[in-house]
Design a protein around this ligand. Structure first.
Ligand code: FES
Length: 573
């Protein structure tokens, strides 16, 4: 006996409940026969004018709908909270779990059989996928796609990456403010996500690598007609997925996560992928530790020569062959039999796909960078771990011992970093506290703190920096992030004082504070006497602070880990 579609629990009943579910939907001009048991497809859209990277998603939704109708389904678009990375304060990451909660309940609460997630800007896709994973319906993703390459005065300009460079140049006196401001419009020339290998592009690549989208989803430029075509085909695919009952839990395995980590290494991806992948694995009950990232990335170099760790941009990546060409180059390291949304194994999407530009997508033998991926550091400064992106760091700083210059919070940093009397030199290690999940709250992208002006003027362009914050995927530098436990939770980071010696050894994966245990115990007693009182006493921020996990666990809310399936037992009337 075939299983009754879940939408039929609402639309298939010839009683008062069925009347209510159908009648109000007919107010939109829907005919009787669309409630005949065909797959009902929710299109979960994070379109918003306050999320410019997702500003074209309503157009893409129309393409998806055409494909759904054509394949015999009923498409129904619904909104989900949109998280504009460049607009939301204190940080969009604070709201990733709120989006996940909204998406989960919207999917479960509505009479839909499958869902297409439309997202792109950094936190939208991970938040949507976390929520969808906890419901476990057939699910497929359409990403925003990267914006067109930035252009200014004949040169390519990379989202974010060049902003950090130019901001340093202004501080160093090498660029005027007028020149700085004149780049704005040239950098962001179309809708779509940052066209560097920032967090959005990284996650779009990961989604494609895991087989959760159609091929080339990650790289087709946002405004390229072929993104409309791919969206149309996605509409057809989701209807088939419902018919085959191809749910997230029947696709995703630990092998998919291993493929994701290896691809993340080959693209030189954002550190943010670590925290998102762990949160998604947690929703699915798949084990994924911080150490897995380090272990799985060891044999793979960086092939995609894309900013911030390389030279080119996402449009170039697409014209070079996109993710299929990249995955073909590392196929010997991948689980080629991993199932995808189409029902094919992943290898069917990339095997034999040529690369059209070996400068943009280099090879394992001649990579863009030998070292890539995620280094997971442990030591008395980060008992539960900290991470660094070695391909974005300076080689000469990957083993470094120096005195700490400590900032107690972001306000302290901002008020003193450019003070001419600040005791700091190029061997110092900048330490920033109070920027973890609970501390900020929301773990903002401030870990790549700008260097002191007086050192920039001397020509210094990188220093070791340590914090419990994250950093933008578009950023670079020898930046140690996600120190766990965070200072607000009483991690050893809270005990560091200016002048303490910190020893960092990347190849050995160690991060230690050279202060005696006796002295640290004294400092801890003092810290406990002055535990900061959170000003967040109500609303979502309080819920978040009370329940957010630490960075090494994925920073989900503890009560959202796992899933509840799609069943709803009770009627609404
Ligand atoms: Fe939206 Fe970069 S700010 S993707």
């Amino acid at each position: 006996m075939t299983k009754k579609r879940r939408s039929q629990h609402s639309y298939g009943k010839l009683d008062k409940d069925g009347f209510i579910h159908r009648s109000w939907m007919k107010s939109q001009g829907l005919p009787d026969d669309v409630f005949d048991g065909r797959p009902v497809i929710g299109i979960c859209n994070t379109w918003s004018e306050l999320t410019p990277c997702n500003a074209h998603l309503r157009d893409l939704a129309e393409h998806v709908k055409k494909g759904v109708w054509e394949a015999g389904g009923l498409p129904l678009e619904f909104p989900a909270m949109s998280l504009g990375e460049t607009q939301m304060r204190p940080t969009a990451m604070l709201f990733r779990n709120l989006l996940a909660m909204e998406v989960e309940e919207s999917i479960r609460g509505n009479p839909i059989d499958g869902v297409v997630l439309l997202g792109g800007c950094d936190k939208t896709t991970p938040g949507q996928l976390m929520g969808a994973a906890s419901v476990d319906l057939p699910t497929i993703i359409v990403s925003s796609g990267p914006m067109l390459n930035g252009k200014h005065c004949g040169a390519n300009i990379g989202s974010g990456t060049d902003v950090w460079k130019f901001a340093d140049a202004v501080k160093a006196g090498d660029m005027t403010m007028d020149d700085f401001l004149s780049v704005e419009a040239g950098m962001s020339r179309s809708p779509g996500t940052c066209m560097t290998m920032g967090s959005a592009s990284t996650f779009a690549c990961i989604v494609e690598a895991m087989g959760l989208s159609l091929p080339l989803n990650a790289t087709i430029p946002a405004v390229d007609a072929r993104r409309g075509t791919m969206s149309h085909l996605t509409g057809r695919t989701i209807v088939d997925m419902v018919k085959q009952d191809r749910r997230l839990s029947t696709i995703l395995t630990r092998n998919h996560f291993e493929n994701a980590v290896k691809v993340h290494t080959a693209i030189g991806g954002s550190t943010n992928a670590v925290i998102h992948l762990q949160a998604i694995a947690g929703r699915l009950g798949i084990e994924l530790s911080l150490d897995d990232f380090d272990r799985w990335s060891r044999d793979i170099p960086m092939l995609a020569d894309i900013q911030p760790s390389g030279q080119y941009l996402m449009e170039d990546f697409h014209y070079a062959g996109g993710m299929p060409a990249l995955m073909n180059k590392i196929k010997d390291h991948l689980h080629t039999d991993a199932i995808t949304v189409t029902g094919d194994v992943k290898a069917a999407h990339f095997d034999g796909v040529p690369c059209y530009d070996d400068e943009v997508l280099k090879s394992i033998d001649k990579p863009a960078k030998e070292t890539s991926g995620t280094w997971v550091l442990k030591g008395n400064l980060a008992p539960d771990g900290a991470i660094i992106k070695p391909n974005a760091a300076s080689d000469e700083l990957l083993i470094h011992t120096g005195p700490a210059v400590v900032f107690e919070d972001i306000e302290d940093y901002k008020s003193r970093i450019d003070d001419a009397n600040l005791e700091v030199n190029e061997n110092s290690i900048l330490v920033l506290k109070g920027c973890g999940p609970k501390g900020y709250p929301g773990m903002p992208e401030v870990g790549n703190m700008a260097l002191p002006q007086k050192l920039l003027k001397k020509g210094v362009r990188d220093m070791v920096r340590i914090s419990d914050a994250r950093m933008s995927g578009t950023a670079y530098g020898t930046v140690i992030l996600h120190v766990s436990p965070e200072s607000e939770a009483g991690g050893p980071l809270a005990l560091v004082k200016s002048g303490d010696i910190i020893e960092f050894n990347g190849p050995e994966r160690t991060l230690n504070l050279e202060v005696s245990q006796e002295e640290l115990s004294k400092r801890r007693i003092k810290w406990q006497e002055n535990i900061p009182v959170s000003p967040y006493t109500r609303g979502y921020a309080k819920l978040y602070i009370d329940h957010v996990q630490q960075a090494h666990e994925g920073a989900d809310l503890d009560f959202l880990v796992g899933g509840s399936g799609s069943e709803v037992k009770r009627e609404s009337h």
